[in-house]
Design a protein around this ligand. Structure first.
Ligand SMILES: [Zn+2]
Length: 256
């Protein structure tokens, strides 16, 4: 496929939450948030990226490019998994291992600790523990921060709990450093919730932070993107394969 100018100047970030086997997936309600893709569709999407010459890059590579310190490989793309779900370890990681791609997992550390039984609005799904996360690190994955308890940081700010925002970020970093021996470099806002006051606190801990979008139009990282406001698109069963292709190829806005 011919590479367009936009392919070189704009970087798509794919954010997944869960990957379920086709015969063991939660129901999908039309028009409502969907937090998963079927394994067969995930495999199809990864095959597409591989067959069409995409390069999965890390947040450090993206940051260096934004800072004009490095160039990017052809057709760059980032693959994220938010919330350290067990099904990501079970089903997505083996697929990515076939390609040797460095995905990023944004970790809710109280889930990995077993101290947080579940994210309140999500229902129960198994969580990856620290041992499994360490294995992903060894396989080349990046571990990002996603707070200790998946707190809505914007709501904490609006309620006057600025000290709890800082505690969520500091605690998350300390947990990852203690368990995995690495300092997280990138952050993803739980539920994508933020405001400028929250961002100011985040900027004291991380040079790079990511939001996410669920609806059209598609958003991409460009040279002019604020590193603390990186856009990503939620990849779920609500997104058709044609729309997935349109997103990564940057050929069209999403058809709703
Ligand atoms: Zn999350």
């Amino acid at each position: 496929m011919i590479q367009t100018a936009r392919n070189r100047d704009q970087v798509p970030i794919l954010v997944y939450h869960r990957v379920h086997p086709d015969d063991d997936a939660p129901p999908i309600v039309a028009g409502e948030y969907c937090g998963h893709v079927l394994l067969s569709n995930f495999v199809r999407q990864m095959r597409y990226l591989d067959k069409h010459g995409f390069s999965v890059i890390t947040y450090r590579e993206l940051y260096d490019w934004l800072q004009d310190k490095a160039s990017l490989p052809p057709r760059p793309v980032l693959i994220d998994f938010d919330d350290n779900r067990g099904v990501v370890y079970d089903y997505a990681a083996p697929v990515l291992a076939e390609y040797g791609w460095p995905a990023t997992c944004f970790v809710i550390t109280a889930l990995a600790d077993g101290k947080l039984p579940e994210i309140p609005h999500e229902g129960w799904y198994s969580a990856m523990n620290w041992q499994q996360l360490a294995q992903l690190c060894e396989a080349g994955w990046t571990i990002g921060a996603h707070t200790q308890t998946h707190a809505n940081l914007r709501k904490l700010d609006e309620a006057g709990y600025q000290d709890r925002i800082e505690a969520e970020l500091r605690g998350c970093c300390e947990d990852i450093e203690r368990e995995l021996g690495c300092t997280p470099f990138c952050f993803a806002y739980p539920q994508g919730q933020w405001n400028e006051a929250v961002e100011a606190v985040v900027s004291r801990f991380f040079p790079i932070a990511r939001h996410w979008h669920e609806f059209s139009p598609f958003h991409y990282v460009t040279k002019s993107t604020n590193p603390l406001r990186l856009p990503a698109h939620n990849i779920s069963e609500q997104l058709s394969f044609a729309d997935f292709v349109a997103f990564v190829e940057q050929t069209a806005d999403m058809v709703q």
